[in-house]
Design a binder for this molecule. Structure first.
Ligand code: NI
Length: 227
C-alpha cells in the first residue's frame, strides 16, 4: 500500500519550514534508532520536543487534522508527533521495518504503527539519490516527491532510503495508529469513500443512492473500527 498526497504543504509553507530547518542544530540519527535499525541508519535528526521541531510538528499535525484525503486513507486514531531528518554526505537508511509498537514522547501510552509517512521538504532536484524504496506485493516502489508532497505507506513493509550522494534531503516523518488495524479493510473503506466523494460532486446532496452509499460507508466503518 502506498498513497501519495501531493501539495500537503504549500511552497510558502515549505519555505518557512526550510528557513528554520536549514539553520537548526542536527543530531546523529542513531540516538533514536531501535536495536535492529541502528546498524543500518546513517542520517541526522532534530531533537524532539524543543524548537524548531515542536512548532513545525504542530503545524503538520494541525494540517493532518483537517486534510480529507489523509483522514480518509489513514482513519487516524493516534499520530506520533512528526520528527525531522536530513540525509547528506552519503547518508542513508538501510533496509528495515519500523517498530510495531512505540511510545510517543510525553505520552504514557503505547501506540501501534499501522502507517508510516514521509513529508518531503527538499525539492527532488536539490539532491542526488535519497529515494525512499518500499518493498511490497508488486515489487519495489521508488518514491521521490516534490517538496510539500507526502507519501503514506504500510508500516509493515520493508523500506530504505538510498544514499544521498549530493545535496541534502530534508523530510518530516511520522506514524499513525489507525482505528482500522487491518490494511485490507482500511483500503476498502478508502476506495469506497473516494468513490462517494467523486459522486458527491455529480449529484444533489440528498440523492437517495448517494445517501445509501454513505450509510454503507459509515456502517462498514462502525463494523471495522476499534478506537
Ligand atoms: Ni523506517
Amino acid at each position: 500500500m502506498l498513497i501519495p498526497i501531493n501539495g500537503f504543504l504549500s511552497r510558502h509553507e515549505v519555505r518557512q519550514f526550510r528557513d528554520h530547518l536549514d539553520v537548526a542544530e542536527w543530531q546523529d540519527g542513531q540516538a533514536t534508532a531501535g536495536a535492529l535499525a541502528r546498524s543500518v541508519k546513517n542520517n541526522q535528526q532534530l531533537a524532539d520536543g524543543v524548537e524548531p521541531a515542536l512548532s513545525l510538528a504542530h503545524h503538520i499535525l494541525r494540517h493532518l487534522d483537517r486534510h480529507p484525503v489523509f483522514i480518509s486513507a489513514a482513519l487516524p486514531g493516534r499520530i506520533h508527533p512528526p520528527r525531522f531528518n536530513r540525509y547528506r554526505d552519503g547518508g542513508q537508511y538501510g533496509t528495515h521495518v519500523d517498530s510495531a509498537l512505540m511510545r510517543p514522547p510525553g505520552v504514557d501510552a503505547i501506540m501501534r504503527s499501522d502507517l508510516s509517512a514521509t513529508l518531503f521538504l527538499s525539492e527532488a532536484d536539490e539532491y542526488e539519490g535519497g529515494e525512499l524504496e518500499i518493498e511490497g506485493a508488486f515489487g519495489v516502489q521508488s518514491v521521490k516527491m516534490a517538496a510539500g508532497d507526502m507519501v503514506l505507506y504500510s508500516s509493515s513493509s520493508l523500506h530504505r532510503v538510498l544514499p544521498v550522494t549530493q545535496g541534502a534531503r530534508v523530510a518530516a516523518f511520522f506514524w499513525v495508529q489507525s482505528v482500522v488495524a487491518k490494511e485490507s479493510e482500511r483500503l476498502l473503506l478508502f476506495d469506497l469513500d473516494q468513490a462517494i466523494q467523486g459522486l458527491r460532486a455529480q449529484v444533489v446532496a440528498d440523492d437517495a443512492h448517494l445517501l445509501k452509499l454513505a450509510t454503507v460507508y459509515h456502517n462498514l466503518l462502525r463494523h471495522c473500527a476499534a478506537p
